[in-house]
Design a protein around this ligand. Structure first.
Ligand code: NDP
Ligand code: GDP
Length: 333
């Protein structure tokens, strides 16, 4: 039985990745940071029905000693470093914490693996935000980076350190440059989930409007379940490399709103208000990825369309607000 360690297992991707690895027969361990709200931690794992099938170990990405203790104790075959302060907007409010967790935290994991389990394969969750102020209309592995937020700068440091550990120490370390990916388990502060949650509230009479920031930005949105499959595929390759994971289609926030409100028969323009308070100090206007390398080498391709994903997310939020639990099993690909 192969063993995997996932940091960020309580997050969106961590939960879906844990499910995929369990389905493949792995023993799955997850790093869990201590919280006074232990009762609500693991909500996403519970939603997928796998909370009691993963082994959670206490530790924090910023604490190298816990990383060494955990990696040394588990001796995993594969390490997926997904933990991060992952919200771009918050990174301007907490730039040092973002640097410590999202940047240095990745190096703590790389160091732990190098010191106590160097044969383990390592995945780093890099981000299309690193392309930032885009230098090419369509972004691939060869596109120059131009980070536009403390989050993106921290991710870029972690990305290059992953490349550096591969080249310096011969570690099997891969970096997945993933474009935005969403699901019913997406954090509520991200725009897609904020919109689908808002649609559900408005439809059920629990809210009258939805406040958003920049509606003109466009994102290449895929489904998290498809994207965690790409992470796993990267670690199954003989040679560690970096890959862009994207759908190749970009959609504005405005059009996403039209789709989500349209799903329940509402006109978004009657309910969406814009607020200058929600604009960012620097914006990433457009992201559009070219995943040709992943399609060719990993034989990866997305299976969920944006339309299907929007419907799944709106239905899940309607179910949540009606006080029922949506049935994730029914929506699995
Ligand atoms: P989430 O925000 O849903 O999850 C982040 C995870 O990191 C949570 O489990 C969180 O724990 C954990 N975490 C945060 N700080 C620490 C810490 N100090 N020590 C240990 N764990 C910590 O992110 P996603 O699942 O959406 O994304 C996964 C990764 O992929 C992230 O690194 C993200 O930046 C990156 N990424 C995501 C993209 C996307 O579109 N989703 C696109 C490209 C990259 P807790 O539950 O306790 O808060
Ligand atoms: P990001 O690409 O990782 O920053 O993902 P987000 O979902 O947080 O933001 C995607 C885009 O939506 C950015 O260009 C934001 O400026 C834009 N956006 C517009 N209104 C909002 C909002 O109310 N919340 C968030 N999170 N983003 C918004």
């Amino acid at each position: 039985m192969r063993t995997a360690l996932i940091t960020g297992i309580t997050g969106q991707d961590g939960a879906y990745l844990a499910q995929l690895l369990l389905d493949q027969g792995y023993a799955v361990h997850g790093l869990l940071r201590r919280s006074a709200s232990a009762d609500v931690i693991g909500e996403r794992l519970r939603w997928l029905g796998i909370l009691d099938r993963v082994k959670l170990v206490d530790g924090d990405l910023m604490d190298l000693s816990s990383a060494i203790r955990i990696v040394g104790g588990i001796k995993p075959d594969e390490v997926y470093n997904l933990a991060a302060q992952s919200f771009v907007a918050a990174s301007w409010q907490q730039p040092l914490l973002t640097g410590a967790v999202t940047g240095m935290g990745a190096v703590n994991m790389l160091e732990a693996v190098r010191i106590v389990c160097p044969q383990a394969r390592f995945y780093q969750a890099s981000s299309s935000e690193m392309f930032g102020k885009i230098q090419q209309a369509v972004q691939s592995e060869s596109t120059p980076f131009y980070p536009r937020s403390p989050y993106a700068a921290a991710k870029l440091y972690a990305h290059w350190m992953t490349v550096n550990y591969r080249e310096s120490f011969g570690m099997h370390a891969s970096s997945g440059i993933l474009f935005n990916h969403e699901s019913p388990l997406r954090g509520i502060e991200f725009v897609t989930r904020k919109v689908t949650d808002g649609v559900a509230r408005i439809k059920l009479g629990l809210a009258r409007e939805l406040q958003l920031g920049n509606l003109d930005a466009t994102r290449d949105w895929g489904h998290a379940r498809d994207y965690v499959r790409a992470m796993w595929l990267m670690l199954q390759q003989d040679e560690a490399q970096d890959y862009v994971i994207a759908t190749g289609r970009t959609t504005s926030i405005r059009d996403f709103c039209a789709m989500a409100f349209g799903h329940v028969g509402l006109d978004w323009q009657e309910f969406v208000r814009t607020s200058a308070d929600l604009l960012r100090p620097a914006e990433v206007e457009v992201l559009l990825g070219d995943a040709t390398k992943a399609r060719t080498k990993l034989r990866w391709q997305p299976s969920v369309t944006l339309e299907t994903m929007v419907a799944e997310m709106v239905e899940a939020d309607l179910a949540r607000h009606r006080g029922r639990t949506a049935a994730p099993v029914a929506t699995r690909a």
